[in-house]
Design a protein around this ligand. Structure first.
Ligand SMILES: Nc1ncnc2c1ncn2[C@@H]1O[C@H](COP(=O)(O)OP(=O)(O)O)[C@@H](O)[C@H]1O
Ligand SMILES: [Mg+2]
Length: 276
């Protein structure tokens, strides 16, 4: 693997076998992710974006689908390593955030406890006070301006945007080298969406976190991603620099995605990620 490539997906195929006939959800997907870049995965609902992300995060529903190909990270094939090895990588090396934090945050655990989770698992030597200090710093770094209050809150006591920031804090506290964001702003209004995108680009710049940003919205992918991959029915139909894809789409399907983009107001933002 080339030195600047942090993750290499080769010929990934994901086939469901829980029905009478096998059903291919992702076909021959390949991607070399360069250290520090943000790659956008874009496509309509059902095109295989989330399954591709789950494959990288080691979270595939293995009981109902078969995965082939390889996902190389640090000379390990994430598709074939043991659960134990995978757990070491999850959170520590590869973090993931999802569309609706309400479903991925535990409703009965305080936000602070959930932000600290990855530290408890991967760095048990860190003492309770120190852990809390790090969690508060991370909440503040993620733009939550009353971190003490958020730390004590339950998910339902926070707004959608605040919950997404808590999710990002929980993912980033382990300082993962790769962050996968699956439609992280889809459930949010336009202003909050722009703030979250700003936070993610700040993290990318300051921490050099490599990112896979998933969205059905090509205009959003254009804003955040260096490179974009367009997926349709489990296949890559077009890829290239995201600006190029946005302004000069080649494939008919991409042209349709561009045509479907509504005009959205631009939002100017301030504030940002701390240097650790
Ligand atoms: N249990 C299942 N059996 C068969 N196909 C499935 C199953 N679950 C998901 N799929 C297929 O996987 C495809 C990709 O899903 P997904 O990765 O979630 O798409 P996206 O995130 O792009 O909306 C869906 O179109 C669906 O047909
Ligand atoms: Mg999805």
């Amino acid at each position: 693997m080339r030195d600047d490539i942090i993750l290499s997906i080769k010929d990934l195929n994901l086939v469901f076998h829980d029905h009478d006939a096998p059903e291919t959800a992702v076909e021959s997907f390949s991607l070399d992710l360069k250290e520090g870049e943000i790659v956008g995965l874009v496509g309509e609902s059902g095109s295989g974006k989330s399954l591709t992300a789950l494959a990288v995060a080691g979270l595939l529903p293995r009981h109902k689908l078969t995965a082939s190909g390889s996902i190389l990270y640090k000379d390990l094939d994430l598709l074939s390593i043991s659960r134990k090895e995978l757990r070491k990588i999850q959170g520590n090396d590869i973090g993931m955030i999802f569309q609706e934090p309400m479903t991925s945050l535990d409703p009965v655990k305080r936000a602070g406890t959930q932000v600290e989770e990855s530290l408890r698992i991967h760095q048990p030597e860190i003492k309770k006070d120190e852990r809390k200090k790090k969690a508060l710093e991370m909440l503040a770094a993620c733009g939550l301006n009353d971190p003490e209050r958020v730390y004590r809150s339950y998910p339902h006591e926070l707004s959608g945007g605040m919950r997404q920031r808590v999710m990002i804090a929980a993912a980033m506290i382990g300082a993962p080298r790769i962050l996968i964001a699956d439609e992280p702003t889809t459930a949010l209004d336009v202003t909050v969406q722009a703030q979250i995108v700003k936070l993610l680009t700040d993290i990318n710049k300051k921490q050099h976190t490599t990112m896979i940003f998933i969205s059905h919205d090509l205009s959003l992918v254009r804003k955040i991603a260096d490179r974009a991959i367009v997926m349709q029915n489990g296949n890559i139909v077009e890829e290239g620099e995201s600006l190029d894809i946005f302004y000069n789409p080649k494939h008919e399907y991409t042209k349709k995605l561009v045509a479907a983009i509504p005009e959205v107001p631009q939002v100017t933002l301030t504030g940002g990620w701390i240097n650790k």
